[in-house]
Write a protein that binds this ligand. Structure first.
Ligand code: NI
Length: 183
């Protein structure tokens, strides 16, 4: 499989710190292609053969601002236990409810736009429910939990110009750790 030609912006780029705009349907063919390219890129990045061949850092999520487009779209490609992949395409998401329980990724979060080691933990809701539109413009609902819920919240933050590094207290990177569950 050939690596899609997409350019991922680095955290220093101003676009990553701006709020993205709501999508108006129908989606252009260009944006539909970009969605498919982003999903394929994420999948290949998680398959060792391709991540080695193309020198990719593994990632499971990308938001449109990371490829230079300020639109409220993100994609997630998640590997299942049987080594198949589940794709999510989420457009104009609105969080409807979030669990009180907070979790954090013990090994730290990563981001394809942040190419350095970052110490600290990011508080996330263990479960969230959201309303969104699919690629054809149909209104949908989804409830996600654990690592997928973390990925969704990380990507929604991108749509609001927020990076996970912005959510880590620099003076106390493990602040309130005892109030959250590690995953
Ligand atoms: Ni990210």
């Amino acid at each position: 499989m050939k690596l899609p030609d997409i350019k991922i912006l680095n955290e220093k780029n101003k676009l990553l710190h701006k709020v993205s705009k709501e999508v108006i349907f129908p989606l252009s063919n260009e944006n539909k292609k970009l969605i498919n390219d982003m999903l394929l890129y994420l999948k290949l990045s998680q398959i060792e053969k391709y991540s080695t061949k193309y020198n990719l850092r593994p990632g499971m999520g990308l938001a449109f601002p990371q490829v230079g487009k300020l639109l409220r779209i993100f994609v997630i490609c998640s590997e299942e236990e049987d080594e198949s992949f589940t794709n999510y395409v989420i457009i104009n998401p609105k969080i409807k409810s979030e669990s009180e329980e907070l979790i954090y990724v013990g090994e730290g979060e990563g981001c394809l736009s942040v190419d350095r080691d970052v110490e600290g933990i990011v508080p996330r809701h263990a479960r969230i429910t959201l309303e969104y539109f699919d690629i054809e413009g149909n209104k949908c609902n989804i409830r996600v939990r654990e690592d997928i819920a973390v990925a969704f919240q990380h990507e929604i933050d991108h749509l609001n110009g927020i990076l996970f590094t912005d959510k880590i207290d620099k003076k106390n990177p493990y602040k309130n750790q005892e109030l959250m569950r590690e995953i």
